[in-house]
Design a protein around this ligand. Structure first.
Ligand code: Q9C
Ligand code: ZN
Length: 346
């Protein structure tokens, strides 16, 4: 398996996020990807390669060009407000909800920030654009390697991507790496692409990007949004719209879901993917379903992750795996490497 590694990931380094009225230490830290890299190297799993150059045309088919321009300039605008801002992360304080106008872009940076952010838990830092852009390049490179004949490739990157939509960031995500991989597969000749999202949280960004399309199937196993982030989306009755009706499949699961229950839901997801007759698969691989994850509520074990890898390989499709969440830093390397080894051993 090819590992497309984002060497620029440490340039995105949030220090705090807003949580229940306080700024708390960032959960999404560089050590996450460092631990995975170390464990893969220790095991000799996969062959590490660097990503290719940025394809702005492809980025602009998945994301709004105005949003991309905003992200690229955001840090500079933040510091331009006041030079002391260089010492703190960018976090929004205002949002245009309900009856407010969303069709005007105010001149004020903090006002525009609220147009593009959907939570106050996603710190943007000096290197967030560079790290995110290189991460997107990793996902796109992984997809192109699979188009060129690799049976599987893993984009090992952070920040994660599946909460980022066409024109918004949140949930620690800025650019939707899985969506970019899926679009790259489509552009490279795959007629039908399935995305299977197994992160603990619903992949709201990926769902919304492809919601009205029938060429990309989105299937997600995640914590019920009735109790868990992102709360306002990810319910079972979201089936797609227009020509995309029937091509979005959410499987929300209760807090406390363990390996056997999770595998039962996985079988339903696999049945839907087989019926779709996909030419390629993109996996949003979050390991925050782990029993000791500090912000999540499922009970998957380290051994369960090996089985998941085998089950993913059982779909027997050219596969791009994209790293998403997982916050139990001490075990993240073993859990992620177990998925990849389980995949390779099948
Ligand atoms: N202090 C991903 O797993 N809020 N994103 C949690 C914890 C946001 C997770 C609050 C969770 C986002 C990619
Ligand atoms: Zn997650």
């Amino acid at each position: 398996m090819l590992i497309v590694y984002n060497e620029a990931h440490p340039r995105h380094q949030g220090s705090v996020e807003m949580f229940r009225g306080a700024l708390v230490p960032s959960v999404e830290v560089p050590a996450r990807v460092e631990r995975v890299r170390e464990e893969l190297l220790r095991r000799g799993t996969g062959r590490f390669v660097a990503p290719g150059a940025t394809d702005m045309a492809l980025l602009s088919r998945v994301h709004d060009p105005r949003y991309l321009a905003f992200l690229r300039q955001a840090w500079n605008e933040w510091v331009a407000l006041d030079p002391v801002n260089a010492g703190s992360d960018v976090l929004p304080s205002y949002w245009p909800i309900k009856a407010f106008r969303r069709d005007v872009e105010p001149q004020s940076f903090v006002a525009r920030l609220g147009l593009y952010a959907f939570d106050a838990g996603t710190p943007l830092t000096a290197g967030s654009w560079d790290a995110s852009r290189e991460g997107a390049n990793c996902a796109i490179t992984a997809a192109r390697q699979v188009l060129a004949g690799e049976s599987a490739a893993f984009a090992l990157t952070r920040p994660p991507g599946h909460h980022a939509g066409r024109d918004y960031f949140g949930g620690y995500c800025f650019l939707n790496n899985a969506a970019l991989a899926a679009q790259a597969l489509r552009d490279g000749g795959a007629q039908r692409v399935a995305i299977l999202d197994i992160d603990y949280h619903h992949g709201n960004g990926t769902q919304t990007i492809f919601y009205d399309r029938s060429d990309v199937l989105f299937v997600s196993l995640h914590a019920d949004p009735y109790t868990d982030y992102p709360y306002y989306i990810g319910y079972a009755d979201e089936a797609g719209s227009g020509p995309g009706r029937g091509f979005n499949f959410n499987l929300p699961l209760p807090r406390g879901t363990d390996g056997p229950c999770w595998r039962q839901a996985f079988q339903a997801a696999a049945t839907r993917i087989r019926a779709f007759r996909a030419d390629a698969l993109v996996v949003s691989l979050g390991v925050d379903t782990y029993e000791r994850d500090p912000i999540s509520g499922f009970r998957l074990t380290t051994a369960d992750f090996s089985r998941i890898g085998g089950a993913l390989a059982g779909l027997a499709l050219p596969t791009v795996l994209v790293f998403e969440g997982g916050y139990a830093v001490e075990d993240i390397g073993v859990n992620t490497a177990n998925v990849l080894d389980g995949f390779l051993q099948r």
